[in-house]
Design a protein around this ligand. Structure first.
Ligand SMILES: NC(=O)c1ccc[n+]([C@@H]2O[C@H](COP(=O)([O-])OP(=O)(O)OC[C@H]3O[C@@H](n4cnc5c(N)ncnc54)[C@H](O)[C@@H]3O)[C@@H](O)[C@H]2O)c1
Length: 355
């Protein structure tokens, strides 16, 4: 039975607490949260009695084996390093850190300590994604030549998740000063993992453009400069030679949270879709279907969630996937995208029109 501490009790922490409470052989024994009201409400909601205002008090108490790190992105590195130093297993939210060197240090430290280290790439929980990877590995679509991957959100346009102008959980995501790497760091990490996991091949080369749109007077709200990217576009090549695009945006009006991936191969094609709740997979394969562009739905058996796999890893002592090393590899791609965007020179497609 693994005893889990939840670090940070904001919006995503409720998913962690519910999932770890439901998983066999795990119990949520404690939570850490600096905001007193949030801490008390979370304790009440999930029946957690050991509540701490900071990580040091929880470590001094010591009654836990593992921590789920659900703090804002910039807080992952210092708190995870402290947990690793204390010999705890860590399940960390994405992105693992705010840059590749820090993410790599986290992976190397966790490996040297021999503790379980996993990252919450939630969309690995999609049965359709897992089945797609299996089909690719079995050769069902031949060699992949081209792909299209997108992660579409619209919380900068619609109020389906509240008003971003007034809530800290959205404002920190828009601000580099608050440790955000923009849409690229927030959900770009998911779609890079999603696409390369399904294709069973890592990103080998990448070119990228990032864009931050004007959203408020002075591009600032309260303490939050609104300088983090809102839309990201990558042209990528996988190690298997396939060429394609990976995009992410918070301006996809009409889409709350939609991930899509199409893999086009020499013997067939696959399309994976998920909104985080349900997922679907279809295939076009075989001469007749390829000639007629006929797609067939594929059945996708349920899969264990990242939460369940973390618990199994802690209880068996065998690390699970995706681990910190995988998350660091994805973070390396992000760093390359920032460098690419900074170094780019744009060629105007048409002369500017005057008057
Ligand atoms: N995997 C997914 O699908 C997914 C979905 C949403 C969010 N996330 C990730 O989860 C993390 C949290 O996001 P959120 O939306 O819950 O943010 P949030 O702002 O709602 O919650 C973060 C909480 O952490 C607390 N916190 C800050 N510093 C702390 C510290 N040092 N120790 C303990 N608690 C601290 C804050 O007070 C806040 O309550 C982020 O890294 C985000 O990227 C992942």
């Amino acid at each position: 039975m693994v005893k889990i501490l939840i670090l940070g009790t904001g919006s995503m922490a409720t998913n962690h607490a519910a999932a770890f409470k439901a998983a066999p052989n795990s119990s949520v024994v404690a939570a850490v949260e600096p905001d007193a009201d949030r801490r008390a409400a979370f304790g009440k909601q999930f029946g957690i009695e050991n509540l701490f205002p900071d990580l040091e008090s929880a470590i001094a108490w010591g009654g836990f084996d593992a921590a789920a790190n659900v703090t804002p992105d910039a807080v992952h590195y210092p708190t995870t390093m402290r947990l690793l130093e204390a010999g705890k297993h860590v399940f960390c939210e994405k992105p693992l850190a705010t840059n590749y060197p820090l993410a790599l240090e986290m992976a190397e430290t966790a490996e040297a300590k021999g503790v379980i280290n996993m990252v919450n790439f939630t969309y690995r929980n999609s049965p359709a994604l897992q089945k797609a990877r299996e089909l690719v590995a079995s050769g069902a679509i031949g060699e992949i030549r081209h792909f299209e991957a997108s992660y579409l959100q619209s919380w900068l346009v619609g109020k389906q998740w509240g008003d971003w102008r007034t809530e800290s959980r959205w404002l920190w995501r828009l601000s580099e000063e608050h440790g955000s790497k923009g849409v690229l760091g927030d959900v770009g990490v998911h779609i890079v993992d999603f696409a390369s996991f399904a294709a069973d091949s890592n990103v080998a080369t990448v070119e990228s453009r990032l864009k931050t749109f004007h959203k408020a007077p002075g591009d600032k709200i309260g303490d939050y400069p609104l300088d983090a990217n809102d839309s990201a576009v990558m042209t990528a090549e996988f190690a298997n030679g396939a060429l394609g695009t990976i995009t992410a945006t918070r301006f996809a009006t009409g889409h709350a949270n939609d991930l899509s991936l199409a893999l086009f191969g020499t013997a067939g094609a696959l399309e994976v879709k998920t909104d985080g709740r349900a997922s679907s997979l279809r295939i076009c394969t075989g001469e007749k279907d390829i000639d007629g562009q006929i797609w067939k739905d594929v059945e996708t058996p349920p899969v264990a969630t990242t939460y369940e796999r973390f618990v199994i890893a802690c209880n068996t002592g065998v690390n699970g996937d995706p681990d910190f090393r995988r998350a660091a590899d994805i973070q390396r791609i992000l760093d390359l995208c920032f460098a690419q965007d900074k170094a780019r020179t744009l060629t105007a497609a048409a002369p500017a029109v005057e008057g």
